[in-house]
Design a protein around this ligand. Sequence first.
Ligand SMILES: [Zn+2]
Length: 335
Amino acid sequence: MSRLSAIALFFIMTVLAPFATAQAINLDSVIREAGAGANTSRVADLRRWKIGNYTVEAQDKKAYVTINGTRIYTGRALSCANGKMFVQKRDWDKHLAPIVAPSKKDVPAAKKIVIDAGHGGKDPGKTEGKMREKSYTLDIAKRLQRILSKHGYTVELVRSNDTFYELADRSKKANALQADLFVSIHFNAAESKSARGVETWMLTPVGEASFANKTQKKKADTGNRYDAWNLLLAYKVQSALANKIDAEDRGVKCANFTVLTELKCPGILVECGFFTNAAEAALIARTNRRELIAQGIADGITAYAATLNTLKGVKPAPAKAPATSKRTNSLLRRR
Ligand SMILES: [Zn+2]
C-alpha cells in the first residue's frame, strides 16, 4: 500500500466511518413521505408536523421527540444543520414510524393479556413508610384484570397473591400462557423528593443504549422481535395513563429489563408514580387514584388494540345504543 493510500484509508476509517455507521436522515422528508403536512413551527430549532391524529415535535439537540405531548426518547439526539432537521434512521424506524406510520405487516393480536404485579413475597420492592410496592402493584393488577375482562379480553395474572417470582419466570409464564400482550406494573422511587409522574418502559432495541446508560446493546433478545409493537403499546399506555390521572408525563424510555427480554409478545413495564414524592404517595394510597391508574392503563391497551384492528382492516363493532335510550326519548316526546 502506498503511503498516500494508507493516509487516505486512515482518514476514511477515523474521520468518515463514524458518520457512515450513524445514518442520519432528513426528518422533514421522511415524515412528509409518511403522510405528514408541512412543518408549522416558527421557531428555527423546533419542527412541528401534523400526521393523522398526531402532532409530532422535534427539537435540535434533544434526544427525544414528542407525540401529542408525550416524550419518546430516542437513541441519539436530533440535530439541525443547513436549515434541516436530522434524525438517525434507527430512531425513525424504532421510535417514530411505529406510532405515526405503523406497518400493516405481521400485526399481532391483542386478546390474551398477562399482567405482572411487580415484586412479591420476600421482595417488597420500594418501601416508603408503611407503603410496600408489592402490595400496590398487586392491587393495580387486580383492578386492571377486572376492567379488561369486562371489555372482553382474556386476562391472566402472573401472581394473584403475595408470592415471589424470579424476573425470568414472569415472562416464561406469559410465554407458556401464549400471551398476546404483557404488562408489568411497578411504582417508582428517586433520590430527589420532587420527582413525580408516570413513565413507560420498552425493551432497548439493538444498537442503542438504555436510558441513562452509555453502553450500546450488541445482541437482540427474543423481545426485540416486537420492537415496533413494544413502542406502539408503550406510547398508547403512557399517554392514556398520564391523561387519565393528570400526572406528569415522563415519557417512553428504553431499558433491558430482564422481565421483558425473553417475551414472545409485545410487552411493557409501567411505573405508576413515585413513593418518594409525598404528594404523589398520598394519592397512590387512595383507592380512587389506584382505580384511575388501572383505568388509564386499560384505556391505553384498548387504544393499542383498536389501532391493531384498524391496521388489519377490522371495522370496530357498532356501538350498541343503551337499551333504555329509545324508550326515554319516546317518553320525552309524548310529554
Ligand atoms: Zn418495582
